[in-house]
Design a protein around this ligand. Structure first.
Ligand code: URA
Ligand code: SF4
Length: 209
């Protein structure tokens, strides 16, 4: 199986990685996505983010903008980070898979889940981002990121909000994906899920303050 591993530059920097990833064709998703959506530090120049947030893959708006978490999930994420007391300048935001996978026709593009082959193909980019930034805390947003970094048996529902030891960062904390909150069946459920998400992010806030 082809992976992005041969494309990782020697002694990578953020700029070198980003440039190399922009031409990646290691899995078929480069054809469905408009462009590679690489991770982004909140503000540049940056001293080095202490927290790395890892989502699943770019969505429709991220695919068009070329930036992670700028659509509805991103707005909810920003709201939750602020409520948890995490400054965006301390955060690097990225995804497990860097191209948008979708089905449908014409303008209506429906998000499709990346499969294990695609996730494995793309993982060298995330691993290189982690090596370059050495974040204190990695936050997995949803099962795709959690299973990519913590193993396929990891269950977000069972272990969310709990700092897990890791050789990639001091700790990894998994929580739900903000898009799952947007899909809540009614306003009460949405509010409860948002509160639980903010609680998980408060665990992260305590780890870095
Ligand atoms: N969902 C993700 O997982 N990542 C994004 O960048 C946007 C939505
Ligand atoms: Fe490369 Fe990842 Fe895009 Fe696949 S999804 S082409 S591995 S950057």
């Amino acid at each position: 199986v082809q992976t992005a591993a041969p494309l990782i530059p020697e002694s990578p920097t953020y700029d070198k990685l980003r440039k190399a990833a922009s031409g990646c064709q290691a899995c078929p998703l480069w054809k469905t996505g408009t462009q590679t959506v690489f991770g982004e530090p909140a503000g540049r120049p940056h001293p080095g983010p202490r927290v790395m947030l890892v989502g699943e893959q770019p969505g429709d708006q991220e695919d068009r903008a070329g930036k992670p978490f700028v659509g509805p999930s991103g707005r909810l994420l920003d709201e939750a980070l602020e409520a948890a007391g995490i400054d965006r300048s301390q955060v690097y935001v990225t995804n497990t898979v860097k191209h948008f996978k979708w089905t449908g026709e014409g303008k209506r593009r429906i998000h499709a889940k990346p499969n294990t082959t695609e996730i494995r193909a793309c993982l060298p980019w995330l691993e290189a981002e982690i090596r370059v930034f050495r974040p204190d805390v990695i936050v997995c947003l949803g099962a795709t990121a959690a299973q990519a970094l913590l193993g396929k048996d990891f269950r977000v529902t069972q272990s969310r909000g709990r700092p897990m030891p890791s050789d990639q960062a001091q700790v990894v904390v998994a929580t739900v994906h903000p898009s799952s909150i947007l899909r809540a069946p009614d306003p009460e459920a949405r509010e409860a899920q948002l509160a639980a998400f903010i609680d998980d992010l408060r665990v992260v806030a305590r780890l870095i303050h």
